[in-house]
Write a protein that binds this ligand. Sequence first.
Ligand code: MN
Length: 360
Amino acid sequence: MLPVLLARLPEYATSATKRLACSVVRAMLLAMKQETKLDRLCALLKGAPDEIFLQPHNVPDPDAIASCLGLQYLLQERGVASAIVYDRDIEKANSLRMLELFQVPMIAASKAHTLGAEDWAVLVDAQKGNANLTDLATDEVAVIDHHQYMGNNGYRFEDIRPDLGSCSAIIAEYAFENGIEFPPRIATALVYGILMDTDNLTRGARSLDIDMFYRLYGLADIALINDLKGAEITVEDLSLYADAFKTVEIYDELGFLRLKSANDSLLGAASDIVVSIAGVNVVVSYALRAQGVKLSTRSIDKAVKANDLVRYIVKDLGFGGGHDHMAGGFIPIEALSSARGIDTLIKHRAIRFLEELQLK
Ligand SMILES: [Mn+2]
């Protein structure tokens, strides 16, 4: 564009005029340059009154951990310092192993002594209004997520793409579109995040998940992925699974599982195993806690949406949501009448949901 415009200048134009024309065109081109999402996020965060925290959902999983680690690196490249803070425990063996392998500087919210109302937070792989996110004292000014949209909730920066299989893919896209190259440990963490959230690119993976997986793969250290694969369950998990699998009941394509543990991530992982049983396409897993019942649903049947199913089960009692392929929910203890067993309630509602779908 620059040479074309300059060629149109009359021959008698002085060199000073040409120089002026050059600088005007350059300024125009610069103004036309598309501001990236990372540009907008950094511009916002540079105005933070005090500290900036990156907060993933409670009980962070590999996708949440990798996304925070990647985002922290990108912000740091742009001169924005941040700390990663999370609530509740990190339960699964592979998540704990990630923290060691990739030196993830995550701190528990209860130990973040300087965190207060003067600080800002970026929610990562989570949104306000979800049951799995503690509302900390910070002002949540921004959100980057791939779960169902929960409304703006006062964010000043919002990048929510419910279509995507992973949040790691969004963070990877920020890096590539801004010409930032991740060091191997961060690229590897993001590869693992994509693999875990999409069940090895087979569950809810979109072209961005796959493109980002492919581009990160070249930068990643695959030996570390193998290390993580060797740390997916603990010996204690094994005995919990063994008990839980004895409770499995199957009605046509629908499988149920009841878990004794209060461990959030085991519930999802157990559902994944039940859905891998031949003939089972839809799974409802649940665990009884002192505070209520925690549910996890999975579906590999296109006609049955895991999020609709869990919402149907918890209707008028609790809350739930998630993706078409995987979702979760909770029924507080107060909502349960002692007259009706929770097992009967869950099974009855799930079967009725599938029957109603077949009638449509
Ligand atoms: Mn995720």
